[in-house]
Design a protein around this ligand. Structure first.
Ligand code: FAD
Length: 398
């Protein structure tokens, strides 16, 4: 193996990937005065000048990017054929941030600290631990060394061991403007399961930015993506039949397309002593929901607190607890085996629990007592069968 030249530029931290997780960590680092002398290199191949996604999340406390929110709501609706209710969120708020606003905001914060942050447009091709730290090579042949690298490149799921479950949260969303008032701007349509399920979990998700403007998204939790025209057909159907909109009464102003992994495939938080994984690569997309943004902020805060206090990342970079991983696996098993049951499970959750408890549970912050209340609120049969599949070490089949 050829040795790298001794002159490879050296940093304290290398951030590989500058999407949600890489930029969140960069921003948290920039906010920590005890780390102001650290030199950080961010390597990202894309200009990040497109609004390629919107992040929504719920929170019962201020979060670092609240000032960027383009929408904030105090109510959400859950709908299924057997149950429909609007829930006041109490101390929680549901917020939305546009990806482009976030990318620009963080890049401005980094540009204001040129001695601390360097941003390189490039693609990392190899990361390796060395006795003293880490070495990163780019496709253009550059080499850099650092004490720690934080890697948020998209994860690989190959090979796929048969004992794990592989689904996606996949969706197409249209931002539309209408010629008359149709949306209630005070209520997010969080999950509208009233449409056909086709043996899967399929729902509409609507973020109303005003009475005449909303993001309307057809969303599935399942193994296979659809043809784009299929999502679009369901959106049109919802606009016509649920909202009563004629073709001439709306136009599309933007589109969002995505597929987020929902899996219990192991996604380790570290690779050796000096490479720490971030974001989706570190399992921050919650396996049973696909929500990741707040988990990414929590991981960034946890890493920066430890780096500032001890000079090292925490021994456990995510703080995940095994019982929530088990709940995720059980729900994934049901979704993969009998996807249409997902609707019933979410209905039972919303029927029998205060919304704050559901959010806390999905945030993995509930006590044992509340976990028990949650488990008691849903029909046990499907979960018992999935426990059997987990014990046998192989996912259930339809
Ligand atoms: C359309 C969409 C909507 C979403 N909406 C929500 C939501 O509402 N709420 C929520 O909580 N979550 C949401 N998510 C899930 C999750 O929050 C996002 O996927 C989030 O962007 C994940 O952050 P990340 O840093 O892991 O990945 P990304 O943000 O995708 O960042 C990875 C970065 O790595 C870069 N990269 C790739 N290869 C290399 C390389 N070789 N070297 C260096 N860099 C590289 C990429 O260019 C990219 O910028 C959404 C996801 C999508 C796709």
């Amino acid at each position: 193996m050829p040795q790298p030249p001794d002159s490879a530029p050296t940093y304290d931290y290398l951030l590989v990937g500058g999407g949600a997780a890489g930029l969140s960590l960069a921003y948290h680092l920039a906010q920590e005065p005890r780390l102001a002398a650290k030199r950080v290199l961010l390597i990202e191949p894309e200009a990040k000048d497109q609004n390629d996604r919107t992040w929504s999340f719920w929170a019962d406390e201020p979060t670092p990017f609240d000032g960027l929110a383009t929408g904030e709501w105090a109510n959400i609706a859950f709908r299924s054929p057997g149950f429909a209710q609007v829930f006041a969120l109490g101390q929680y708020r549901y917020r939305t941030i546009k990806g482009l606003d976030f990318y620009q905001f963080v890049h401005q914060a980094l540009a204001a600290r040129p001695a601390q942050f360097t941003v390189l447009r490039g693609r990392a091709s190899q990361l390796e631990n060395t006795p003293a730290g880490v070495r990163v090579r780019t496709e253009a042949g550059e080499e850099f060394t650092a004490r720690y690298a934080f890697d948020s490149r998209p994860p690989y799921f190959e090979p796929r061991p048969a004992k794990h479950r592989y689904l996606l949260q996949h969706f197409v969303g249209w931002e539309i403007e209408t010629t008359r008032d149709v949306f209630n701007p005070g209520v997010v349509e969080f999950m509208d399961f009233r449409g056909e399920q086709h043996h899967e979990a399929r729902f509409m998700y609507v973020l109303p930015f005003g009475p005449r403007r909303a993001l309307v998204e057809y969303t599935l939790f399942s193994a296979q993506v659809l043809a784009k025209a299929d999502y679009e057909r369901h959106i049109v159907d919802y606009l016509q039949n649920a909202l009563g909109l004629a073709d001439a009464e709306y136009h599309i102003t933007a589109e969002e397309v995505g597929a987020i992994p929902m899996t219990d495939h192991p996604l380790p938080a570290t690779v050796g002593a000096h490479i720490i994984n971030l974001g989706t690569r570190a399992g921050r997309a919650k396996p049973s929901t696909g929500y990741a943004f707040r988990r990414i902020q929590a991981q960034s805060a946890r890493l920066v607190a430890a780096l500032a206090a001890t000079g090292q990342p925490p021994a456990d970079p995510t703080g995940d607890r095994w019982q929530f991983r088990l709940f995720d696996t059980l729900l994934l098993d049901i979704m993969q085996r009998r996807g249409e049951m997902t609707r019933d499970i979410f209905q039972q959750l919303f029927e029998h629990n205060p919304v704050g408890r559901i959010f806390q549970f999905l945030d993995e912050k509930t006590s044992w007592a509340d976990n028990l209340r949650i488990m008691n609120s849903v029909a046990p049969g499907p979960f018992m069968r999935s426990i059997g599949h987990v014990l046998r070490g192989r996912p259930g089949r339809r």
